[in-house]
Design a protein around this ligand. Structure first.
Ligand code: UDP
Length: 324
């Protein structure tokens, strides 16, 4: 297969590129390096089946040419990270909505399969866990910027499903639950790389809120495998899938676990949400995926559990920070 990955120099995109190349596929990565990085794809450059273009999906002639060349498009280019979303709401909304609009428009001309990376954030603050794909989305008011991210991704989902319904463009929507692993940066607020870095450098580990909120973290390798499997499954077309790992942990317990495995002397501090993000910030108390739909269709089972994920992230940080 020839595969286009928008956001191909990002954290998930670069892992997907690597896995596809290992499978013998030809990979075209398109990335504007807004949150992606050349470091993520440095090791792929020598592979003659790997091609990359530094540009935005908003550059339509470039995008159209790349779509023409490929059989499948994985659309991962998006504004990510709660911190970035709160700080740059205009960019978040425009990037997420417009980017998906143009990808779908050009893919539709040649009816190329589009796999769209959405997010568990779309479930919002719903308290009905685990989250099923057909559950209601519970978002906060438009005055709180955090919800702009969920809303922009929900619009992407609506638009993709509309293309499928009205124009028979094959699309698959994937809601990713806190994907983590090597190469993820804490620069945009993600908790595991942030805590690991703080623990290794002996800095305070910053738990936001009271730390009782929980998340279920998914290893990037498990996510990438699920993406590739679904892209080959005709019955996945026109459907929405959760991709996650049901193992749940509170953020306080996560901080304690990271402190323990790194044998860190860091103290664990709590920071109120309005200081961490902005006044009136709303977090979601729990986020747990129901993965029975993807399990039933393709037998997906997350293989890498939290302790192994943390060990992998810690050792990759030790290498990059030079603390090994
Ligand atoms: N968080 C934290 N300290 C940090 C960064 C994040 O306590 O330095 C919390 C954040 O408030 C949230 C959870 O960790 O409750 C997961 O945050 P992340 O940004 O990784 O993903 P989210 O689930 O919010 O999209």
């Amino acid at each position: 297969m020839r595969v286009l990955i928008t956001g191909g120099a990002g954290f998930i995109g670069s892992h997907l590129a690597e896995a596809l190349l290992t499978g013998g596929h030809e990979v075209y990565a398109l990335d504007d390096l807004s949150t992606g990085s050349m470091d993520n794809i440095e090791h792929l450059k020598a592979n003659r089946k790997f091609h990359y273009t530094i540009d935005s999906v908003a550059n339509e002639p470039v995008l159209a040419e790349q779509i023409d060349r490929c059989d499948v498009i994985f659309h991962l280019a998006a504004a990510v990270g709660v911190k970035l979303i709160v700080e740059a709401p205009v960019r978040t909304i425009e990037t997420n909505v417009h980017g998906t609009e143009v990808v779908l428009k050009h893919a539709n001309k040649k009816k190329k399969l589009v796999v769209i990376a959405s997010t568990s954030e779309v479930y919002g603050k719903s308290a009905t866990v685990p989250f099923r794909e057909d559950a209601d989305l519970v978002l906060g008011p438009t005055t709180k910027h955090r919800w702009a991210y969920a809303c922009s991704k929900a619009i992407d989902e609506f638009l993709a499903l509309a293309y499928w319904k009205e124009k028979r463009l094959p699309v698959i929507i994937l809601r990713l639950f806190n994907t983590v692993g090597p190469r993820q940066t804490g620069r945009y607020g993600m908790v595991i790389p942030t805590f690991v870095r703080q623990a290794l450098l002996g800095q305070p580990i910053t738990v936001f809120g009271d730390g009782s909120q929980s998340r279920s973290f998914t290893y990037v390798g498990d996510v990438v495998k699920a993406m590739m499997t679904l892209a080959r499954e005709p019955r996945a077309v026109g459907e929405v899938f959760n991709i996650g790992n049901g193992q749940e942990i509170t953020i306080r317990a996560l901080a304690e676990r990271i402190k323990a495995i790194t044998a860190s002397s860091s103290e664990i501090v709590t920071i109120p949400y309005d200081r961490a993000y902005e006044a009136g910030f709303e977090d979601m108390p729990r986020r747990v995926p129901d993965i029975s739909k993807i399990q039933a269709l393709v037998g997906y089972e997350p293989r890498v559990q939290l302790d192994e994920i943390l060990a992998t992230v810690v050792s990759s940080f030790q290498e990059t920070v030079g603390l090994a």
